[in-house]
Design a protein around this ligand. Sequence first.
Ligand SMILES: Nc1ncnc2c1ncn2[C@@H]1O[C@H](COP(=O)(O)OP(=O)(O)O)[C@@H](O)[C@H]1O
Ligand SMILES: O=c1ccn([C@@H]2O[C@H](COP(=O)(O)O)[C@@H](O)[C@H]2O)c(=O)[nH]1
Length: 523
Amino acid sequence: MPNSVRKHSFDESEAPTEPSPQYLSLQPKKNTVLVSHGRPPWYGEDGKRTCDAYVVAVAGGSGSGKTHVARQIVQSLGSIPTVIILSQDSFYKYHTPEELELAHANKLDFDHPDAIDMPLFAACLADLKACKQTNIPVYSFVEHQRLPETKYLYGATIIITEGIMALHDPALRELYDLKVFVQCDSDLMLARRIQRDVKERGRSVESVLDQYLRFVKPSYDNFVRPTATYADIIVPGSNNAVAIGLISAHIRRQLDERANQFRKKLAIPHLYFSGGSGASTPESRLEDLDLKVLPQTPQLVGIYTILRSKETSRQDFVFFADRLSTLLVEHALQYLPYTDKTVTTPVGVVSHGKKLDVKNVCGVSVLRSGGALERGFRRVINDVPVGSLLVQSDATTGEPLLLHAMLPHCVRFRHLAEESWVFLLDAQIGTAAAAFMSIRILLDHGVREDRIVFITFLVARGGGISVLRRVFPQVTIVCGAVDDEMREGWLEGYRGEGNPEGTGRPVWVMQPGMGQIGDRYYL
Ligand SMILES: Nc1ncnc2c1ncn2[C@@H]1O[C@H](COP(=O)(O)OP(=O)(O)O)[C@@H](O)[C@H]1O
Ligand SMILES: O=c1ccn([C@@H]2O[C@H](COP(=O)(O)O)[C@@H](O)[C@H]2O)c(=O)[nH]1
């Protein structure tokens, strides 16, 4: 059912409030990104990343409790999805058949620094720290082997790396913001290792002891324990709740520093980007926004008239939204590159034509309302992979939060993303906060700005589009109509400043708009 809106007068001096997220408590696995809570903007109003992810390294002997420390930190931060654990265990090297034979006979040294692919570990960590995606290897302790698949990671604000050699490599140490060493009694480490390796890693007690005496203990003395000198903090291997609490409090401050808020500036740019502040007033004249607007034929205006009307049934809304999205995608395809192609017709005549000249094309819909463009998109581009981004407004601040990213294969891998054309599908650009975030995500993945085509039903001329245009001038924006203004209001039931009775959230509403497009399409 569409939500109705009440008008709210906006106070320019109103300071943005801190988000008050509700955290889910989940027990994380190693290398896991939790996806139950959103990521606030990690970039500023100029579209640029404001800071790196914060990296904590946890080193110590095998069984000292590194994983335990890392997990306890994650848990005490509320198991939020942007705090991830990156285990060095994933980076054991690929083993040849001969090495595998030695490994199964306990004769391969996994405790030497050379056993770990340090350059790959450093490269993956550097990418994550710079807010880019990475694809880390997957290692099987039972098979002593790197598996064929990789694991895609993106969107971490805090990265906790852990491993026996976490502090060994100078290039890795350069990437850390906080270095922790877990100091534990050797007997306790051995006892824990026996228990764990028998239970979780398919070993016998005898083989664990054999490996321990041959490799683990000498390596601890020679390579692991000496790295404690690089640590900022030494944490005991047991009864360490107080130390973990202090580290968590420090990390929480880093987390808070990495959440930007500027949606209101986007929504009413003329109030913020004035000549007096040194920045120029964003131009909102249609011709200066460089929008690719569909020709306003009577047939197109007719479709919009049906879509805007509150009398239109859901069935008709879906039919005409699908028709409109087909027209928009057809129009958008002209901005992709084509080469000449000659064919012979069934009657034997040579005909000179064109063919689309791109390596990868995919779509990404910004859920939920971007889904309304998907059917038309798939109709026009055959067999096209379509991913999604779930961007929603924070319930109290209205700031966008990235809740989930399910991107197509050709965007997940950087070398493919760099040569992909990506169609972003979202029903409207109002404040432009969701558009900002989704474009930033694609750029983080290495998609070229001039290969992003944003397709939308409606753009609000007085909203964030002018800022979006200035910040990402090379993105092609295709729309069917441009509305003049937006007004701030409350979704029915909002309880907060200016509206103490209800529950809900503040929204900016397009005028005249089409209402809540996602609701009208799906409900
Ligand atoms: N502070 C602690 N208190 C109680 N048990 C712990 C503690 N730290 C680790 N353990 C237990 O010891 C075992 C090994 O810990 P783990 O964190 O996996 O070690 P590491 O990652 O250093 O090899 C696990 O079963 C874990 O539950
Ligand atoms: O195939 C393998 C790879 C590694 N190991 C042992 O694992 C530990 C490191 O893992 P922790 O979680 O830090 O204990 C290291 O001591 C290696 O000996 C292995 O047994 N097999």
